[in-house]
Design a protein around this ligand. Structure first.
Ligand SMILES: Nc1ncnc2c1ncn2[C@@H]1O[C@H](COP(=O)(O)OP(=O)(O)OP(=O)(O)O)[C@@H](O)[C@H]1O
Ligand SMILES: [Mg+2]
Length: 443
């Protein structure tokens, strides 16, 4: 660096470049060191070598490390240490010394609009940094580093991920995914849903994870789509958590209202890692469908997010830049959905999450009170068949009391009240109908 400054001062223009390249050439020849740069991201793609190195080096933090970061989230069994930027670390592998340094590479500034009026020009900026590792060693070990050391770190990382995987839930904020630990207790055991449907879905998921060769053979992207529909409180979100826990996949919960432009949406989608579930909840409410026609005239950078843009991208190029991904849409009202989403081939399975049935009640009773049988079960079964009550409402009733008898009696009362209410609504509806019929006849 100093040499370059001196050269700049002493010699002008081409001559300086000539001398400078000569100095570089000499330096490269004389220096026994080689440095490999491992960037956190390559374009939009997350670099697994970087991730692996970060995890590996964090596991090697020792008293000689002068500065490191420490954190503990609820799901972490113990404190998690990690390297801080600027920090060096020496690792010895098969007698060879490898020197690592974590650097902050570049800072990209993005504009964040201050208010939600898309026409507004007011904005503030936020800087996004990206990191890289420099791995330096004697250049005679180049082959060893590339063919043995780095692959060994990658294998170590894969193995350690399998051993102790804390699932993550990613939420989109502006243009970035922000991870938090996913600690949803929902599993297929605790989920109350039609037993036949549950079995079919679990088999479908297992088959999917084992079908890499099948998807490759038929030339289709390795992804699968599920549409979950049903009234509020029937367990759609719980089912997604159960799927994540079953497959050990992270969840990317895409809040479309937070995504303003198609360009941001694409960026978020391509950053989603393999073996993950992308969730878009309440799809009927989350995207503006009506202004699709206006888009043709606007430049793509500022295209507003629409369902068609999302579907086209998911089904198009995006499918080919990742694998083993599941996409889940949820809605309370399937009738309100854009037909584009319901078209055959779009979603592989449509799953109805409905009101509580006797078999679903048994699962909830077993979850909350560890009972498989009880004298009140017969009465509850009969009532549940007659009324529309959500699993969430049943669960709430069961949780109110610790005592099983009291809890089940409370549920019986609630079911009776619900039955009366439904009967009243029905008789009002009937009255209204006959009133209409009478007035029709008078006309
Ligand atoms: N099928 C179910 N099995 C077990 N628990 C359930 C089920 N449905 C609902 N619950 C209980 O009710 C709570 C709310 O359910 P959940 O959020 O999964 O419903 P949802 O269908 O996603 O509702 P919304 O449409 O409002 O998003 C859950 O945390 C869970 O405790
Ligand atoms: Mg939900």
């Amino acid at each position: 660096m100093l040499a370059r400054t001196v050269l700049n001062d002493l010699f002008p223009g081409e001559f300086r470049d000539y001398v400078s390249s000569g100095v570089n050439y000499l330096w490269n020849h004389v220096s026994p060191e080689l440095t490999i740069v491992i960037q956190e991201k390559d374009g939009y793609n997350v670099n697994n070598v970087y991730q692996a190195a970060m995890a590996y080096l964090s596991s090697r933090i020792s008293p000689s490390t002068r500065r490191f970061k420490v954190k503990k989230e609820d799901a972490d069994k113990s404190m998690v240490l990690s390297l801080d930027k600027g920090e060096h670390m020496m690792d010895v592998f098969e007698g060879i010394q490898f020197r690592w340094c974590l650097r902050c590479h570049e800072n990209r500034r993005i504009n964040i609009p201050v208010d939600h009026d898309s026409n507004s020009s007011s904005s503030s900026t936020m800087s996004l940094g990206s990191h890289l590792f420099e791995l330096s060693f004697n250049k005679k070990h180049k082959e060893k580093a590339l063919d043995v050391y780095l692959p060994w770190i990658l294998d170590w990382w894969e193995a350690s991920k399998k051993q102790d995987k804390n699932l993550k839930l990613f939420l989109n904020e502006i243009e970035e995914w922000v991870p938090i630990n996913l600690q949803h207790p929902s599993s297929f055991d605790t989920l109350a849903m039609d037993p036949e449907l549950k079995r079919t879905l679990m088999e479908d998921l297992s088959r999917f994870t084992q079908s890499k060769d099948y998807y490759r053979r038929i030339g289709k992207a390795w992804k699968r789509g599920y549409l979950l529909y049903g009234p509020p409180g029937t367990g759609k979100s719980s089912l997604i958590a159960a799927m994540a826990n079953f497959l050990k996949y992270d969840i990317y919960d895409l809040e479309l209202a937070e995504v303003r432009w198609t360009s941001s949406l694409r960026r978020l989608l391509v950053e989603i890692s393999n073996r993950s579930i992308i969730v878009i909840e309440d799809i009927d409410c989350s995207v503006a469908l009506e202004n699709r026609d206006n888009l043709e005239s606007t430049p793509s950078r500022t295209e507003k997010v629409t369902l068609s843009a999302l579907l086209n991208f998911v089904d198009g190029l995006w499918s080919s830049c990742g694998e083993e991904r599941i996409i889940v849409f949820t809605t309370n009202c399937k009738d309100r959905l854009d037909p584009a989403l319901l078209r055959p081939g779009r979603m592989d399975m449509h799953i109805y999450m409905g009101y509580c049935t006797p078999s679903m009640f048994r699962i909830l009773a077993s979850n909350y009170h560890a009972v498989d049988d009880h004298p009140l079960f017969g009465e509850i079964d009969e009532l549940i068949k007659d009324v529309q009550i959500t699993p969430a409402a049943v669960a709430e009733e069961l949780m109110k009391r610790d005592d099983v008898d009291a809890a089940l009696r409370g549920l019986v009362d609630t079911l009776h009240q619900q039955k009366e209410l439904e009967a009243k609504v029905q008789s009002l509806d009937d009255g209204e109908m006959s009133h209409h019929e009478d007035s029709d006849q008078e006309e």
